[in-house]
Design a protein around this ligand. Structure first.
Ligand code: URA
Length: 447
């Protein structure tokens, strides 16, 4: 988990008991005895509508032999249920609404797990929803690999007191692979692809049938084709926010599973009969439940199947997600303290456990005491649970790859060894290439 991104100044006071947290929109507080019964929560499943949440909870209770379903008292905006280790919560429509539900759920999880980051990281998150297909017929199920904005930016930007806040919209590849594997024998049409999260159902989804519309058939078709050519397979309204906030705290397992209600390449209006639409949505629930049964109840065999056309074994061993590392390093630039050189540097790395860590350079009036971005990244690594570095990307202020200085190569070697991969201006290199004849921990072994 990314400790530095958790608002501990606020949340730890609730754990200490000096403050009560009001999860106002969910209608409950941290003092409510009901929450004591949720401490064993293993998954948080969200969906747009309250009705779906009620159905999900009923189904999950049935799958588990009928344990009690606990209902949160307030249902004015959001419906929340808990049964058999899963918290089901509705989030309404669109990123502003869903962000309220998600922030309160994240705070609540921190409270329920007593601030234990490992326990929090074991919790699986999902949004199950509906969407417009891009080149896919109604009734397909898309597992999102990334939540993009309508201009295909792979991140969401918000404005705040410190300027722009940046949120990484990618979903963890290993979870996508596990969900697809858990559905291998289901006969359901499940694909993985990118998802655009529109800020508006009509305008940012390029519909021609809104009360307000700026598009022509030509601009609409060109946009949808551009999306398709860039790997987008569906359009909805929450994914970039969901992935962004969960990545910000550093959760390792989360997903978005959406049924398509129509193929947007063929029209704008959702015209299928209600029973047909219900049938489509049911498919996304089935995909989720097959995964939950496999991962939480160990009920089905996990098979190996292709994700985005790639063999999963290859995904495991293949190239690290360099684009995700680059974007993380670029986002770390915002934390650089470089008032003397005005040369910000960001660094990001993956560990052997799949954790994502990062750092930025921190200068000092003495000049000589300046810390490079790799130094702060390695401090982040050690301060948040350690592990071996497998791949690292450093960037300059323009987001271009930057070669680590000699001292930082030594630091990286200590925590990554000769096989660690490094992105350089000349492409990917191993640490063995970057630091020939190294001095390392092995040299002290006989002392
Ligand atoms: N949800 C969306 O956001 N868009 C669609 O086209 C269908 C469902």
């Amino acid at each position: 988990m990314n400790t530095k991104n958790i608002n501990r100044a606020c949340l730890d006071r609730i754990l200490e008991g000096s403050r009560t947290d009001a999860y106002y929109h969910l209608g409950i507080s941290s003092k409510d005895p009901l929450l004591e019964r949720l401490r064993g929560v293993r998954a948080i499943i969200t969906a747009g509508s309250g009705e779906r949440i009620r159905e999900f909870a009923e189904h999950w209770s049935t799958v588990n032999g009928g344990p009690e379903i606990l209902a949160f008292p307030k249902e004015e905006r959001f419906v929340t249920r808990y049964t058999a280790g899963i918290l089901f919560a509705s989030h309404g429509m669109g990123m502003p609404s869903a962000s309220i539900a998600l922030q309160e759920l994240m705070r609540m999880l921190y409270f329920l797990k007593g601030g234990d980051l490992d326990a929090m990281d074991e919790v699986f998150w999902a949004r199950v929803g509906t969407s417009g297909g891009v080149g896919l017929p109604g009734g397909s199920v898309v597992i999102s690999s990334e939540g993009l904005m309508a201009d295909l930016k792979p991140y969401r930007l918000l404005q705040g007191g410190h300027g722009e806040y940046w949120f990484d919209g990618s979903f963890p590849a290993s979870t996508i692979q596990d969900i697809i594997a858990a559905n291998a024998d289901s006969g359901l049409s499940v694909v993985s692809g990118k998802t655009v999260a529109g800020n508006d159902f009509f305008l940012e989804q390029f519909r021609l049938d809104g009360a307000i519309s700026f598009e022509t058939p030509e601009t609409r078709t060109a946009w949808l084709q551009w999306l398709y050519d860039n790997g987008v397979r569906n359009i909805e309204m929450e994914g970039a926010m969901l992935a962004g906030y969960l990545n910000h705290w550093g959760f390792s397992r989360f997903a978005m599973i959406c049924a398509t209600l129509l193929n947007r390449m063929e029209g704008d209006q959702v015209t299928s009969a209600p029973e047909q639409l219900q049938h489509y949505s049911e498919k996304s629930r089935m995909v989720l439940f097959n995964y939950l049964k496999a991962s939480l109840l160990g009920q089905s065999q996990v098979h190996t199947v292709p994700v985005d056309g790639k063999d999963p074994e290859m995904i495991k061993q293949a190239e690290p997600d360099w684009e995700r590392l680059r974007r993380t390093a670029v986002s770390a630039l915002g934390n650089s303290y470089s008032p003397y050189s005005h040369f910000p540097v960001g660094a990001a790395g993956f560990t052997d456990k799949g954790r994502l860590i990062w750092g930025a350079n921190v200068e000092n009036a003495s000049f000589g005491l300046t810390l490079c971005a790799e130094c702060s990244m390695i401090s982040h690594l050690c301060a948040t649970g350690g592990g071996r570095l497998t791949a690292v990307y450093c960037v300059n202020g323009q987001g271009q790859p930057l070669t680590p200085c000699g001292r930082c190569r030594q630091l990286l070697y200590e925590h990554g060894g000769p096989d660690m991969l490094l992105m350089t201006p000349q492409g990917v290199r191993t640490m063995a290439d970057m630091l020939p004849q190294p001095f390392g921990p092995g040299d002290l072994e006989d002392c």
